[in-house]
Design a protein around this ligand. Structure first.
Ligand code: HSE
Length: 418
């Protein structure tokens, strides 16, 4: 093993606590021979002889058949995975950043060398979704896939929705509970979700997604007010990673706060839970949900992958080798056609509503629903839902509306999924 943090320790515990169960199901007993760590000064729960800071020595150890990489980050994890494959060793990793950025090269290498490279734990923690997409669902043309892939942000949004908390208070609470890190950027600004949805898109569509082509927005702009209007319109606000087919051989991959109808399966996924929903041409609608983080759920995914490798070693084959090329053709979000929620602060005077609706009408943006209220100081607040329109059109119209003298401020806009 490389890495002995939360996931590493959880994996070790599962391998030892459930050793008989695993042996019964694989026909073999695996053994953790050595654990590579970065920081020798941290207190550990196993004898010091199990650990070394010489990561390369672990990878090169001739008694070791499988490298389980649980360090995270691009480097040195990437170099160690690459070396392990070069030495003919199977790899199991939970590293979403590594697979999202270098999956194509690493998987191609594993395939050429007839080795396993598994990464179930990289997406959705304990939820089995990578392997089902690679195997049972592989015959489907995946039309659309959406995921709540980050527990921290789902927890924050749930607190905002259910308790009326502001973003900053909900974030502070998530930090106090140990869900969000001191620097919450990776979670709240959507990077974690971007890595995970790009991995799912790559499996569903067979090619690695260039990360700079993924539209990414986090949840910092979502307010308690947006939550209240969403509820009035019949929606919940979730941070979703979404990938879908657009034109021939093109996909759109995006991460942003999204309004989901209350009746949609994914709207019911609350707190730290994750979910992946997809529509396949033969399987239809399908949703997986469960715990997306934490020592035990993530260990469950890692150990499932290790069991797959053990079985493959016993029969002398490898099973992970899916074709996984580069250069997936990705469409720009300006081509997206969807509905939008938007909220303005306005001057509360006769004619304001007419001026705004006329300006949207000039750009063919139809308005489908509206809520408004009077605020103090001669101001008002208006929230709209649009009909389906093209993102580029919507943004042009919004820019024009924002320049109207009656519009004090565009507070927010959020894309809506039907
Ligand atoms: N930080 C992630 C989350 C878990 O909040 O879901 C690790 O991927």
């Amino acid at each position: 093993m490389l890495g002995f943090g939360t996931v590493g320790e959880g994996t070790y515990r599962m391998l030892t606590d459930n050793a008989d169960e695993i042996a019964r199901k694989t026909g073999a007993r695996g053994e953790v021979i050595k654990i590579g760590i970065k920081d020798a000064s941290k207190p550990r729960t196993l004898p010091a002889t199990m650990f070394t800071t010489d990561l390369e020595a672990v990878v090169r150890d001739p008694n070791i058949d499988v490298i389980c990489e649980l360090m995270g980050g691009e480097s040195p994890a990437g170099e160690m995975v690459e070396l392990a494959l070069s030495l003919g060793k199977h790899v199991v990793t939970a590293n979403k950043e590594l697979i999202a950025k270098h999956g194509s090269r690493l998987i191609t290498k594993a395939r050429e060398l007839e080795l396993d490279l598994h990464f179930e734990a990289a997406v959705g923690g304990g939820i089995p979704v990578v392997q089902p997409l690679k195997h049972q669902l592989a015959g489907n043309d995946v039309i659309k896939l959406m995921g709540i892939l980050n527990g921290t942000t789902n927890y924050i949004l749930t607190q905002m929705e259910e308790n009326g908390a502001d973003f900053s208070d909900a974030l502070a609470e998530a930090q106090a509970k140990g869900y969000a890190e001191a620097d919450p950027t990776n979670d709240v600004d959507g990077f974690d979700t971007m890595y995970k949805i790009s991995i799912l898109a790559a499996i569903a569509f067979g090619k690695q997604v260039p990360l700079d082509k993924v539209h990414r927005e986090g949840i910092r702009k979502v307010s308690a007010s947006d939550m209240k209007y969403a509820k009035q319109f019949g929606y919940k606000i979730k941070l979703l990673g979404i990938c879908e087919e657009t034109a021939d051989d093109q996909v759109l991959v995006r991460v942003h706060p999204t309004m989901i109808p209350l009746g949609h399966q994914i709207a019911s996924v609350r707190d730290v839970y994750n979910a992946v929903w997809l529509h396949g041409d033969f399987v239809g609608d399908l949703m997986f949900s469960g715990r997306g983080a934490g020592a035990h759920p993530t260990a469950s995914a890692v150990v499932g992958d290790l069991i797959d490798v053990m079985r493959n070693i016993i029969i002398g084959g490898s099973g992970s080798a899916i074709p996984y090329g580069t250069g997936l053709a990705t469409t720009s979000i300006s081509e997206l056609e969807t509905r939008y929620y938007l909220r303005f602060e306005v001057e509360d005077r006769p004619g304001t509503l007419g001026e705004i609706t006329t300006a949207f009408g000039r750009r063919s943006v139809g308005l489908a629903a509206m809520e408004m209220r009077t605020k103090v100081g001669g101001k008002g607040e208006i929230a709209f839902l649009t009909h389906v329109c093209r993102e580029a059109n919507f943004l042009t119209a919004l820019e024009e509306v924002s320049r109207l003298p009656c519009v004090a401020k565009v507070e927010n806009y959020i894309r809506v999924e039907q």
